[in-house]
Design a protein around this ligand. Structure first.
Ligand code: MG
Length: 327
């Protein structure tokens, strides 16, 4: 039995065994009512708010035209890369003119510098991260994305997983009292600006440290800073998570952003049958459960090439909206 089939079967079994207090003869509409009544379910608050990075499959001669196209497709937000830190006001004006919010800055940190054993290099990393957070505040966006350790850093970083976590947040193992924390300093600075530093779990091909949302959420919890959050990327989650619904519920209140992508080729949702509808419905079910209202943005290519974007994007938007409905 495939995982997606198991999930459906489990829900049905739960309903008939009384876990969901629903009977097997209950009409579909009534079953939905019972699901919504599960303790802690905040689906009434949840919203599907889609945005995109400025990818090549978005037609336009420049960023302003691409943003206008994003809006035309019915999306709400644009996501920028770290280069925006040099001139956030210009990017913000373009987004405003297009009628889009800015979702997050993808990047904006120098992980090598942040974890450098050399104090001067490390301070440079802290200073540049704070500069990115100031840009995020100007953009009025949800924060900057931070990957603490890429696979490519290993020879440089030369730290074990335990050592990296301790660098991010060093706590007493019995009380979770914070002893010292790089992340708390950055998170508190972010919170003072009304934005966040967002930990992104990646799959094993890209990162050996921090691959699951629950792990990142536990770092958020231990840091005890209002400005430290996490996120889920459907592309990475497909490799690492056993259940997308469970992953987002584990992230809970710490989930601040979501990336879209699917399949080994990392393409638009709906374009990779091996990573299809059920994984998105499962993830959306988790996001609905936690009452998620943040942005979900495309971080992927278009199968068939950029020129296919015009015909493929409406299809992927329809696909995602129908998955959200089903969830
Ligand atoms: Mg991502």
């Amino acid at each position: 039995m495939r995982r997606r089939d198991f999930f459906r079967t489990s829900l049905a079994a739960g309903a008939t065994s009384g876990i969901l207090a629903a009977s097997s003869t209950m009409a579909p509409a009534a079953e939905e009512t019972k699901l919504a009544a599960l303790p802690g379910d905040q689906r009434d608050k949840a919203k599907l708010r889609i945005g995109s990075q400025l990818r090549g499959w978005i037609p336009g001669k420049n960023d302003a035209e691409r943003m206008a196209q994003i809006k035309k497709w019915g999306m709400e937000a644009v996501e920028c890369w770290a280069s925006v830190v040099e001139n956030p006001k210009e990017f913000k004006k373009m987004a405003d003119d297009a009628g889009l919010k800015v979702a997050v800055i993808c990047g904006g940190t120098d992980p090598n510098a942040l974890s450098s054993p050399d104090p001067a290099t490390r301070q440079k990393g802290i200073d540049s991260t704070k500069e990115s957070l100031e840009a995020a505040a100007i953009l009025e966006c949800n924060g900057i994305i931070y990957v603490p350790s890429f696979n490519s850093q290993y020879p440089y970083q030369n730290m074990t997983a335990t050592e990296i976590r301790k660098m991010l947040i060093d706590t007493d193992p019995n009380t979770r009292e914070v002893k010292s924390s790089l992340l708390k300093e950055l998170g508190d600075f972010a919170a003072s600006l009304g934005t966040d530093i967002i930990l992104e779990p990646l799959n094993r091909k890209e990162a050996w440290f921090l691959r699951m949302i629950a792990d990142a959420a536990s770092i958020c919890r231990d840091t005890q800073s209002a400005g430290v959050k996490t996120m889920g990327d459907f592309y990475h989650m497909f490799y690492e998570e056993t259940c997308n619904m469970g992953a987002f519920i584990s992230g809970g209140k710490y989930v601040k952003h979501v990336h879209f992508g699917c399949g080994n080729a990392r393409v638009l949702p709906g374009q990779a049958p091996e990573h299809g509808r059920d994984t998105f419905v499962s993830g959306f079910r988790g996001l609905k459960y936690i009452g998620y209202q943040g942005f979900m943005t495309f971080e992927c290519d278009c199968l068939g090439g950029d020129e296919k974007g015009v015909e493929e994007v409406p299809k992927t938007l329809e696909f995602l909206r129908s998955c959200w409905e089903e969830a």
